[in-house]
Design a protein. Structure first.
Length: 237
């Protein structure tokens, strides 16, 4: 049996987007377990799957498009965007829409309707800076976050500033203007992160997330290999 990968006192999961080529979620969960990950985060449509058959439990689930043949990132890449954006759902991860007319009002209304959503600020969204994200938390008191360090550092924002609001933290190495870099090639201070999470007595989840989303400008040939490299580096800290 493979020992679980840990980052300090936290086990680590991995995202379904880390596999290239993409595999179905049963296979992704099998590989995740084999590698030592504790959970699988889902970004894909999977409303009709049998979770009891997964080799590891689902960690976070991002609300999807409702179309098994269309990912949320494909909505960003085409012309529908706000009109096709999925509804927020209590207890699920919510990716706010791109920064465009009406997006702020749309996001606030969705999250007031489902205030137990867990929101992921991302680089191209209406919530792409710490300042705007904090404004959103003021609009929806108690709102919790998915803190994806790559999205924030890419925008030259400090991910440590949002850690007190985090229920889920997604990790990869990165730098301003660089969404994802191999561990050691970016600016992310993982030792400082571990210390800060211990200070905060962080109770949430840790997920490794590299991805190939070339259709929205984030290509990567080896997301799974880079995910493993980062996980093993963190496990040794």
């Amino acid at each position: 049996m493979t020992d679980l990968l840990t980052f300090g006192r936290w086990t680590m999961g991995v995202g379904d987007v880390c596999f290239k080529p993409r595999v179905d979620n049963y296979e992704a969960a099998r590989r995740a377990k084999e590698a030592g990950f504790s959970h699988l985060d889902l970004h894909s449509y999977w409303d009709d799957g049998d979770e009891s058959r997964l080799a590891v439990p689902i960690g976070n689930r991002i609300v999807n498009t409702g179309d098994p043949d269309r990912e949320l990132s494909e909505v960003v890449a085409d012309g529908d965007k706000l009109a096709a954006w999925p509804r927020a759902r209590d207890g699920w991860g919510y990716v706010p829409p791109p920064d465009m007319p009406g997006a702020w009002e749309h996001t606030v209304a969705e999250l007031r309707r489902a205030p137990k959503s867990v929101v992921e600020p991302w680089a191209g969204s209406v919530c792409s800076t710490n300042e705007v994200t904090k404004q959103l938390i003021e609009e929806v008191p108690g709102l919790r976050l998915i803190v994806d360090v790559g999205h924030l550092v890419y925008k030259d924002e400090d991910p440590f500033e949002l850690l007190p609001y985090a229920d889920i933290i997604q990790l990869r190495d990165c730098a301003p203007g660089q969404q994802q870099l191999h561990v050691g090639d970016g600016v992310m201070d993982f030792e400082r992160l571990k210390t800060e999470l211990e200070r905060l007595d962080y109770q949430g989840a840790i997920t490794i997330e590299y991805f190939d989303l070339h259709w929205v400008g984030y290509p990567l040939d080896t997301p799974w290999e880079w995910s493993l490299d980062l996980a093993h580096y963190l496990d040794a800290l």
